[in-house]
Design a protein around this ligand. Structure first.
Ligand code: TEU
Ligand code: CA
Length: 545
């Protein structure tokens, strides 16, 4: 398999709002990120992905962009961005930016113009449709509750918004839209950034007309034409990495979007594994226990299905997902660290580029103490409550609040826990952060974990060092083991005559398994010794032979 720097990368995701406040307004900022670059370097990550930092009215925390070539004032200035990029590059760290071009903010000047009339240069920049019998053209729903159509009296038409009504969808059929996007991409690439994470990029294809028989606007064939054009026009002229965020994809689709010879993207974020515990009807607001075999089968299909043909991204967490140690591990004081390390190893020793979401390397948890609706900030959570409790009345306030505690995106958005100072060192004492700090910062924080050789942080650091030293971790192929086991996750990797074996106990009990027997040199484990076939609670062992 051809080598590439983005295959060997370890990406650290920074959610700028919640990373480090440098000027005492309770909001993380670019200076704050710059001040913490050495921490990211020490962890052994090689690439930083920044969530959107562009000018935005903040209806969806920056995913509603009003100017792609300006910095959100809360975060700083363009000069500070340039300094951040330079400081990162000086440390050998690359920076990947979020590219949000399925939609803009309704306050972007393209939309302001588009709204004015049906015959101006921006009229067709968005997806406008005439009312049908006084109603929206079809029954599509927004990801953030309610209809995906909003009536605009100015044009006496509806516009499409697959997310908030302040996030109108762009019309990619219009060449001027595509070329405007390519221009803004070049603006950032010419500054020297190292790639893009592309927001819901498989949603950009849309049907030419809208009615109730319109095909789903996800994974339409046009998406591939647009991505090939984008690659030809822009990406192929730079040495950058690309990762497309793509809900609703399968390994077969991923082979098309990211195949080594298809000239679209390097890798995608898929969502099959993050769907295992969701409800058919209520989605993320009602959680179900899931079988380990279901989760393993999904991951195995991606591993085997892409091997040699396309490239996987590996993630448990991001700014949209609840904290993995609370979701798939065990966040009780007894098992939090062990299970956080086990989850990290199970993910990072698979084939693909791993993504670490800020705080994951500390084993940060859900449940910051959000008990009432006003503790939440996220539009998806607030709209979800309105839909299921206030409008449909199908969940009680207690049920919905319980659902939010488990699944709200705000679980991942609480401030980074740097130390034991008030506000966890995220912002100065006496300042109210934009969202609550998890009170467990007193025991879970970076200062302590960096010093403690047995911490989750140092386990992640060790994984990154081992990856850099052992090409089998990046390039080895993948064979699942113990596929029908409901308690143990095990697999092997092979590369140039070497075999790497991982065995992990997903339970809080001792287990005995033949596949856990010593298999070469113990490369990494979350216990100080090796009991062979006996696996202790959440034990993970990685052997190299
Ligand atoms: O998310 C897209 C997406 O489909 C989901 O993960 C969604 O955010 C939600 O959690 C479904 O329950 C991307 C961004 O990552 C997200 O933060 C934005 O809100 C969204 O696009 C719109 O730009
Ligand atoms: Ca600030």
């Amino acid at each position: 398999m051809a080598k590439a720097w983005w295959k060997e990368a370890v990406v650290y995701q920074v959610y700028p709002r919640s990373f480090q406040d440098s000027n005492g307004d309770g909001i993380g900022d670019l200076r704050g990120i710059r001040d913490r670059l050495d921490y990211i370097k020490q962890l052994g990550a090689t690439v930083i992905w920044l969530n959107p930092i562009y000018a935005s009215p903040n209806d969806d925390n920056g995913y509603d962009i009003s100017d792609y070539q300006a910095i959100q004032p809360d975060f700083g200035t363009m000069a500070e961005f340039d300094q951040l990029l330079e400081a990162a590059h000086a440390r050998g760290l690359k920076i990947v930016m979020d590219l949000v071009v399925n939609h803009t903010s309704d306050e972007h000047h393209w939309f302001i113009e588009s709204l004015k009339s049906k015959d101006n240069p921006y009229s067709d920049y968005y997806l406008w449709a005439d009312p049908v019998d006084g109603h929206a053209p079809n029954d599509w729903e927004s990801s953030f509750s309610g209809s995906a159509w909003q009536y605009a009296p100015e044009r006496q038409q509806y516009y499409l918004h697959l997310f908030s009504k302040k996030q109108p969808d762009l019309n990619w059929r219009e060449p001027a839209v595509r070329h405007s996007v390519y221009d803004l991409m070049r603006f950032w690439l010419d500054k020297g950034i190292d790639g893009f994470r592309m927001d819901v990029i498989n949603f950009i294809g849309k049907p030419a007309t809208f009615d109730n028989d319109s095909p789903s606007p996800i994974n339409m064939p046009q998406v591939q034409d647009y991505l090939k054009e984008m690659n030809r026009e822009v990406l192929s002229h730079y040495d950058v990495m690309t990762v497309g965020e793509m809900p609703g994809t399968t390994p077969a689709l991923a082979r098309e979007y990211t195949g080594f010879d298809t000239h679209e993207l390097n890798m995608i974020f898929q969502f099959q594994h993050t769907g295992v515990d969701l409800d058919q009807k209520f989605g993320k607001w009602v959680h179900h226990p899931f079988k380990l075999t279901t989760l393993k089968k999904i991951m195995d299909r991606w591993q085997v299905g892409l091997d040699g043909k396309a490239w996987n991204s590996l993630y448990w967490n991001n700014h949209d997902q609840p904290r993995v140690v609370s979701r798939f591990g065990n966040d009780s004081p007894e098992f939090r660290e062990r299970s956080a390390k086990m989850l990290g190893a199970v993910l990072h020793y698979q084939q693909g580029t791993p993504y670490i979401y800020q705080g994951e390397e500390l084993g940060m948890t859900n449940n910051a103490g959000f008990t009432k609706l006003s503790d939440y900030r996220d539009i998806e959570s607030l709209n979800g409550y309105r839909e299921w409790v206030d409008e449909k009345g199908e969940l009680t306030p207690e049920q919905m609040l319980a659902g939010l505690q488990v699944a709200s995106r705000d679980n991942a958005r609480t401030p980074m826990q740097w130390g034991t100072k008030p506000n966890a060192g995220f912002c100065p004492a006496g300042v109210t952060p934009w969202i609550m700090v998890n009170p467990n910062y007193v025991t879970i924080n970076a200062d302590q974990e960096v010093r403690d050789q047995n911490s989750v942080f140092n386990f992640y650091r060790q994984m990154n060092l081992l990856r850099a030293a052992n090409p089998i971790i990046t390039y080895g192929d993948f064979t699942p083991l113990a596929e029908d086991d409901e308690e143990v996750w095990a697999y092997q990797r092979h590369y140039e005559g070497q075999t790497l074996t991982l065995v992990a106990n997903w339970t809080a009990r001792d287990l005995k398994r033949a596949c856990a027997a010593t298999a070469g040199e113990l490369l990494q484990s979350n216990y100080p010794d090796d009991l062979g076939e006996t696996l202790r609670p959440y034990e993970v062992k990685v052997y190299l032979q």
